[in-house]
Design a protein around this ligand. Structure first.
Ligand code: PXP
Length: 235
């Protein structure tokens, strides 16, 4: 199983001060030295974390960019110009804190089919971020996507309560069904250092896209050294 690292929240932190630190490109360089498959970046319509220039700066590093994007014309234009390795179409609501729920591919199958056509013609791999639901998988197939990314948010929330078997079963059944239909399967959202081992039970998973838990962990791995370095500078 491959790992895609979502670097949005390095940009969230940078934007909090409006400057350049923490530097997204320098962070990406460190991550790219590891055996990861892609760097995931969500260009939101409100640009709350990743900005347009970030995409081009990271592409220059030779990274496989997995661009998360809403199915809107403005972002499609950028994707066609950038030509990332892959795009993942996600639902987007301006007031949400993060991507809540999967894309309703079933209610907009024809629109999505037309929307992803030019992206595929450019050789960009297309994925749809959907809930573990057979109806959505069938619609994704009709829309002509290469991949789906199963939304693991419900599973991750259920894991916190200890009662996750139903949600895990849904992921397993959905991944198997998608593979039967010839669709490749990724997964992500809310995966962390405690629950990720259960993804090994989900068949046919190609890649996990993980962000928040990795960036959170990085704070704790680095904070002792960061404080010590500052203390030594002022002592
Ligand atoms: N996959 C998709 C499609 C997402 O929208 C997100 C959140 O940006 C993730 C994966 C990563 O989720 P998390 O930050 O909870 O690991």
């Amino acid at each position: 199983m491959k790992l895609g690292v979502n670097i949005d929240h390095i940009a969230t932190l940078r934007n909090a001060r409006g400057g350049v630190e923490p530097n997204l490109v320098e962070a990406a360089k460190i991550i790219l030295k590891e055996n990861i498959h892609s760097l995931t970046m969500h260009l939101r319509e409100d640009r709350r974390h990743i900005k347009d220039n970030d995409l081009y700066d990271i592409k220059k590093l030779g990274a496989r960019i997995n661009l998360e994007m809403a199915a809107v014309e403005e972002i499609q234009k950028i994707a066609l110009d950038l030509v990332p390795y892959s795009v993942c179409i996600v639902p987007e609501r301006r007031l949400e804190v993060t991507t809540e729920g999967g894309l309703d591919a079933a209610s907009q199958t024809d629109y999505l089919k037309e929307y992803i056509k030019p992206l595929k013609e450019k050789g960009i791999i297309v994925s749809l971020f959907i809930d573990a639901d057979f109806k959505q998988i069938e619609a994704s197939k009709k829309a002509g996507t290469d991949y789906i990314e199963l939304h693991t948010g419900s599973f991750s929330n259920a894991f916190l309560s200890g009662n996750y078997s139903k949600e895990l079963e849904k992921l397993k059944n959905s991944a198997a069904y998608a593979a039967d239909l010839g669709i490749k399967v990724n997964a992500g959202h809310g995966l962390d250092y405690k629950n990720v081992y259960l993804m090994k039970e989900v068949p046919n998973l190609c890649e996990l896209n993980i962000g928040h838990s990795i960036i959170s962990k990085a704070v704790f791995i680095g904070i002792k050294e960061a404080v010590r370095e500052m203390l030594s500078l002022i002592s």
